[in-house]
Design a protein around this ligand. Structure first.
Ligand SMILES: [Zn+2]
Ligand SMILES: [Zn+2]
Length: 305
C-alpha cells in the first residue's frame, strides 16, 4: 500500500511537533516516516511538500492576497504566507532524491496550490524538476485561506452555500486543466464542520466530470478524520461518484510529522472499498500505474543512515 501525501515539516504555527530546522533533512528524518508507515502496512511513501512554502516559488506565485478586496482576509493570507515561507524547493527535492538513492521506498511529489492567475506559470516553473507526481490543492479562494481556523468566520459571513460553491468552482477549474496528477483533500471545505443543509451533488458533479475528462485522479485522505469534519476526504457520496465516472485514486494521510505517516490507513482503504474501488494508483516520473487495493506483505529494509 502507499501514502501519497506527506510533508517533511510542520507549519510554522505548529509548536507541538519537534522537527528539524527549517529546510533541513537530517539523517534518519525521512526514515522515521517510513518506519511509522511500515508499522501501519504501508510500504511506499510519496512526499508532497507545499509549493507555497518554498522560497523559489514566491516570485511565481506573487502577492496573490492583493487580488482580494477583503482586507482582513488579505492580511491573514499575507501573514501566513510570509510566516510559512521557510523551505527551499531545491533542498527538498535533493533530500527525497538522496533518500531514493539510499534505497528507501519513496517518491518525489509536490502539493501545488491552485491560483487560476498563476497556474500556467507554476507549471512552467516546475517543468525541469524530476517529480514522480503532483497533487493539486485549493487552499485559497482569493485571499481566503479556506482551511485556516483563524478565518473560518468567513463561512458565516459569506454563507456556507456560497463558500462551498466558490470552493468547488475553483476545484473544478483545477480538475479540468489536467496540470496536476491528483486532486488533494477535494472536499476540505467541510474541515470545520460548516456544511450545506443538503449535500451539494451538483457541485460534486462539476468536479467529477472535469477530473474524468482530464484523467486526473483523486486522493482518499485520512486528514479529515483528524479535523472537526470527522470524515475521510472525499465524502462517501462524492467518492462513489468519482468511482462511477472512472476517476482513479491514491491514498493519503497529509501527515506533517512522522507520527501521522499512513495515519488511519485502514479507514482510508475501507472508504475506498465502500465506494467500489479495488485498485489504487502509484506514479513514477508522472506516469500512473495501478496496483490492487490490498495490504501487501512486502518487508521494507531500512538501512541505517
Ligand atoms: Zn493541503
Ligand atoms: Zn498537504
Amino acid at each position: 500500500m502507499s501514502d501519497y501525501h506527506l510533508h517533511l515539516h510542520p507549519h510554522a504555527d505548529d509548536t507541538h511537533h519537534p522537527a528539524p530546522p527549517w529546510g533541513k533533512y537530517p539523517p534518519g528524518w525521512i526514515e522515521a516516516y517510513v518506519e511509522t508507515a511500515v508499522t501501519r502496512g504501508v510500504e511506499e511513501l510519496g512526499f508532497t511538500e507545499h509549493l507555497y512554502r518554498c522560497v523559489e516559488a514566491a516570485p511565481v506565485l506573487g502577492a496573490f492576497w492583493e487580488w482580494d478586496w477583503r482586507t482582513d482576509l488579505a492580511d491573514q493570507a499575507r501573514h501566513m504566507f510570509q510566516e510559512d515561507l521557510l523551505l527551499s524547493l531545491d533542498s527538498y527535492v535533493q533530500a527525497v532524491l538522496d533518500a531514493k538513492d539510499r534505497g528507501l521506498p519513496v517518491k518525489l511529489g509536490l502539493e501545488v496550490d491552485f491560483f487560476p492567475q498563476t497556474i500556467e506559470a507554476v507549471v512552467d516553473f516546475l517543468e525541469p524538476y524530476p517529480f514522480d507526481f503532483l497533487i493539486g490543492s485549493v487552499h485559497w479562494i482569493g485571499a481566503w485561506s479556506i482551511d485556516a481556523s483563524s478565518v473560518a468566520y468567513e463561512f458565516e459571513r459569506r454563507g456556507v452555500d456560497q463558500a462551498w460553491e466558490d470552493y468547488f468552482n475553483l476545484v473544478a477549474d483545477l480538475a479540468g486543466r489536467g496540470v496536476v496528477d491528483v486532486l488533494a483533500h477535494v472536499d476540505v471545505c467541510k474541515k470545520f464542520g460548516y456544511r450545506p443543509d443538503v449535500e451539494p451533488l451538483h457541485l460534486y458533479e462539476m468536479v467529477v466530470s472535469a477530473a474524468a475528462a482530464s484523467r486526473t485522479a483523486v486522493e482518499v485522505s485520512s486528514q479529515g478524520l483528524r479535523k472537526p469534519a470527522s470524515e475521510v476526504y472525499p465524502s462517501p457520496a462524492f467518492l462513489r461518484m468519482f468511482n462511477e465516472a472512472g476517476v482513479r485514486i491514491t491514498l493519503a494521510s497529509d501527515a506533517h510529522h512522522p507520527g501521522d505517516a499512513a495515519y488511519a490507513h485502514e479507514e482510508v482503504m475501507e472508504a475506498a472499498r465502500a465506494a467500489g474501488y479495488d485498485r489504487q494508483l502509484r506514479f513514477a516520473g508522472r506516469l500512473p500505474y495501478e496496483v490492487p487495493l490490498q495490504k501487501t506483505s512486502t518487508t521494507v529494509a531500512i538501512r541505517d543512515p
